[in-house]
Design a protein around this ligand. Structure first.
Ligand code: XMP
Length: 430
């Protein structure tokens, strides 16, 4: 362990992550752990310099207030208790600490060094991965999303060819996206990468299915089946790499916080495939994951990629998917992304994409009547994806995008702009 650590014990506060962020912003590494951690487990974390007992509104679980193992008080760590009336330790405060209080605790009481940075974090994780994995093999589903890409780069650095990456192209990826996964990981980082072109299989399963939830279920279920088939073909795999990040763990529920939604990274594979998990990013926030990716040498386009739903363009090709309309979504999305980049909007707008509904309208092309589809542009800004506002795009940029879509994308005779905020709309349009 290259860096000092302040441990936050979750005693039912909803502010654990806020405090962890504040401590990391002071340059000191901080991890959040459940309230019932044992002294032994705490020792195994290495370099723990102090403990924050963070109580809060969820402190009472099933009628009983949660508390820490009393043996922790005897371990000799400096402690700071927040909203924790029964704490038997020196410092106790009622409210979230002000920065000055936190600073004093971290640097004066705990004598922690401000040595938390990505280089040290990566060096630590590489060591931990090597220790955990030994000479065994790790399997990783590499979607090309930020989290799985960063995990792959980290695992390649730690164990090289002992990592087997599987990239399933479900045929619903954006233009050139699967190609760039192969280019970066196979050609540049020399990963042991299995590329599975399952486009036909997915499109076959989705044929005639118009209900958005059913489409999602089919894509998710089929994805696991394809991955599982590949996993069964391989021999001697003991570990499964996962791009779990800290917010995934929070959303999937902790010992004091209820589940918000089950996350696709936590759980999902059948139980008879018995793998031990390797999750080197599970303590990182999203912006830290990106910084880690850059430090590991991944291209900016991969690391700063906008959010993209697991079921991909499948949800943006409304109703039952047809090849014609899927191509129209893919091509119009590529044009939108190019033009947003040219206009510098890619750094300003949180998420932007196109949608193609499953009905046609009358138009006129080459002096003749045509009956074709429409492309809807959606561009939103948000902080946490729970609510969103639409971006007011410059009229000239919209006009250029519209002209290009109408000229370059087949079977389209109309372009519209979605003005709806979330709520009542969702960010995706499905
Ligand atoms: P909604 O449409 O619910 O979307 O307002 C909120 C955010 O979540 C993204 N999204 C997904 N991300 N897997 C993901 O990893 C999914 O299945 C999925 N569905 C929606 C969406 O793009 C938006 O950023």
């Amino acid at each position: 362990m290259k860096q000092d650590m302040i441990v936050i014990l979750d005693l039912g506060s909803t502010e654990n992550t806020t405090i962890a962020r504040q401590i990391r912003d002071l340059g000191v590494y901080s991890e959040i752990h459940p309230h019932d951690i044992t002294p032994l487990e705490l020792n195994e974390l290495q370099n723990v310099k102090g403990i924050i007992l963070n109580g809060g509104e969820n402190r009472v679980v099933d009628g009983i207030p949660v508390d820490v193992d009393p043996a922790l008080y005897e371990c000799g760590y400096p402690m700071l208790a927040i909203s924790h009336p029964t704490a038997k330790c020196g410092k106790a405060i009622e409210e979230l600490p002000e920065l000055a209080v936190l600073k004093e605790f971290v640097f004066t009481d705990c004598k922690a060094q401000a040595n938390w940075n990505m280089k040290n974090f990566i060096a630590d994780q590489v060591e931990r991965i090597q220790e955990q994995v030994g000479d065994k093999k790790v399997l990783l589903a590499l979607s090309g999303g930020v989290d799985s890409s960063v995990v792959a780069a980290m695992l390649i650095k730690a164990i090289g060819q002992q990592l087997v990456c599987v990239h399933v192209n479900h045929g619903l990826m954006r233009k050139d996206e699967s190609e760039s996964v192969v280019q970066v990981f196979k050609n540049q980082l020399h990963a042991n990468l299995i590329y599975v072109d399952a486009a036909e299989r997915f499109l076959g399963k989705l044929e005639g299915i118009g209900d958005p939830e059913q489409k999602r279920k089919i894509i998710g279920g089929e994805f696991i089946r394809v991955f599982e088939e590949e996993a069964r073909k391989l021999e001697g795999i003991d570990f499964l790499g996962q791009g779990t990040i800290y917010p995934d763990i929070i959303e999937s529920g902790t010992k004091t916080a209820k589940m918000v939604k089950s996350h696709h990274n936590v759980g999902g594979l059948p139980e008879d495939l018995e793998f031990e998990l390797v999750e080197p990013l599970k303590q990182l926030f999203k912006d830290e994951v990106r910084a880690c990716g850059i430090e590991l040498g991944l291209p900016e386009s991969m690391v700063y990629r906008q959010p993209f739903p697991g079921p991909g363009l499948g949800v943006r090709c409304l109703g039952a998917i047809t090849r014609e309309r899927l191509e129209a979504v893919r091509e119009s999305d590529a044009i939108l992304r190019q033009e947003f980049e040219k206009a510098g909007l890619n750094k300003k707008v949180w998420q932007y994409f196109t949608v193609v509904p499953d009905f046609k309208s009358v138009g006129v092309k080459n002096n003749a009547r045509c009956f074709d589809y429409m492309v809807i542009i959606r561009a939103i800004n948000t902080v946490d994806a729970m609510s969103a506002t639409i971006e007011k795009i410059d009229w000239n940029v919209l006009q250029t995008i519209t002209e290009r879509i109408l000229a370059e994308v087949e079977h389209v005779n109309r372009v519209c702009y979605d003005m709806s905020p979330k709520p009542p709309a969702t960010i995706e349009f499905e």
